[in-house]
Design a protein around this ligand. Structure first.
Ligand SMILES: *Cc1c(COP(=O)(O)O)cnc(C)c1O
Length: 423
């Protein structure tokens, strides 16, 4: 595509964009009386305008019905979470029985490891990427210790090659082969939080299973961002948070995927609670656990309805638009952002080095060589919200729901000004 770095051209792309009308469905922080250019939807998505009503409905039902709301609210609370499964299943490429919403992400990864990390004999190792998201590292280390191992003996990291900023699929597959029958579990971030790389989840899942390991995915940066096909890939499990690309609010509930082969089974190791037992008999308060025949069997507690409500609001938006349309816009807007960066790079002395490989979703991670923290502050003061990592990496995620092509052009101009005026 022949892009141009002009406002008129960017506005032309917006005029043709079927998602332009969704910009108006979100609230934007204001800087200098104007909507910001928001690049941090990979960290915390913007608030959809419709979310407030979903939360208020719960507050109203609680106010007016109190305990009766469990059964007589307009959306009764006792099975409120079930309303999310169908929409989420479409987003992650699963059957709706394979999906549930509960707890938060790290908690769910721990709970899923209870079921799916069962080291025995020499099959004790866990494969992950080097420099995984810290919470994932702590989780894996503490799981290893919980099972009585030294994390050093259990955790195998796949490294990037010297001088490269991304993982090569062949290196991951070779490592899986090499660890072979000592490999109990592959657990990786499907979309890397730092460089924005999308791993070849299908090939890695296949390879892990072919050596007899189980395979799980942390999809914090994948869900609502890239096309996923967890069921067809035959992943064993996955979990994700809802507050990044899914726009469900700070710290909000996590989703999980459990492959259908594990559903309805009583023989599976699992930490259990009353919300995982069949709802038909739940209130008989019987001592024996009878697992729901869906991923809901992994639920322990009755869900926090005030958290699940914003997630439902967000899923309604995703359902209206569909992942295909989101991914189509995302590819184009990220390509346009890349183009704008290259154009600005020609006009300034600093050099931009994009470390995100071509296998990417919504995010570009960029080294701004020759720049530092003052540039970040300049961007913030001028209404561009980005994520800055010391010393000079900027992560830019133009979420297709609410970022425009004009935003990309305007960002380029502000960036150039910030560099030329030496911030
Ligand atoms: C954002 C993120 C998390 C966050 O975990 P919480 O339990 O929701 O705080 C975990 N893992 C990855 C890879 C992330 O990107």
């Amino acid at each position: 595509m022949d892009f141009q770095n002009t406002l008129a051209y960017a506005q032309g792309l917006d005029a043709k964009d079927p998602l332009t009308k969704y910009r108006d469905q979100f609230h934007y922080p204001q800087v200098n009386g104007k909507d910001v250019i928001y690049f941090t939807g990979n960290s915390l998505g913007l608030q959809p305008k419709r979310t407030q009503k979903f939360v208020e409905d719960v507050m109203k039902d609680w106010r007016e019905l109190a305990v009766e709301g469990h059964f007589y609210a307009e959306k009764p609370w006792w099975d409120y979470h079930e309303r999310l499964a169908a929409g989420l299943a479409k987003i992650v490429g699963a059957k709706k029985e394979e999906v549930s919403v509960m707890n938060t992400l790290t908690v769910n990864l721990h709970l899923l490891m209870v079921s799916f990390y069962r080291p025995s004999g020499k099959r004790i190792k866990i494969l992950c990427e080097e420099k995984a998201f810290p919470s994932d590292q702590y989780m894996l280390q503490s799981q290893a210790r919980f099972h009585g191992y030294d994390p050093e003996d259990v955790i195998v990291e796949v490294n990037k090659r010297e001088g490269e900023h991304f993982w090569r699929t062949e290196d991951i597959l070779n490592k899986i082969d090499e660890v072979g029958e000592e490999l109990a579990l592959v657990l990786m971030g499907g979309v890397n939080y730092y460089n924005g790389q999308v791993l070849d989840m299908e090939a890695i899942t296949r390879a892990g299973k072919s050596v007899g390991a189980l395979v799980g995915w942390d999809l914090a940066h994948g869900v609502g961002n890239v096309k996923l096909a967890l069921h067809d890939w035959n992943a064993d499990f996955a979990a994700w948070c809802s507050y990044k690309y899914m726009n469900s609010g700070p710290g909000n509930a996590s989703g999980v995927f459990v492959n259908e082969q594990y559903l309805g089974r009583k023989d599976i190791p699992r930490f259990e609670g009353w919300w995982g037992t069949k709802k038909e008999t739940r209130f008989l308060m019987q001592p024996e656990f009878d697992p729901i025949e869906t991923a809901d069997a992994w639920q322990l507690s009755n869900p926090p309805i005030l958290s699940v409500a914003p997630y439902l609001a967000s899923l309604e938006l995703f359902d209206e638009v569909g992942m295909d349309a989101l991914v189509a816009k995302q590819k184009q807007i990220v390509a346009y952002l890349e183009f704008v960066l290259h154009e600005i790079d020609k006009e300034v002395e600093s050099t931009f080095e994009i470390i995100t490989p071509k296998d990417r979703g919504c995010q570009l991670s960029v080294f701004l060589h020759g720049e530092g923290r003052p540039l970040f502050d300049y961007l913030m003061k001028n209404g561009v919200i980005t994520d800055w990592r010391e010393p000079n990496v900027i992560r830019l995620a133009p979420a297709p729901f609410y970022c425009s092509y004009a935003d990309m052009y305007n960002f380029g101009q502000i960036l150039k000004q910030g560099i030329l005026t030496k911030n």
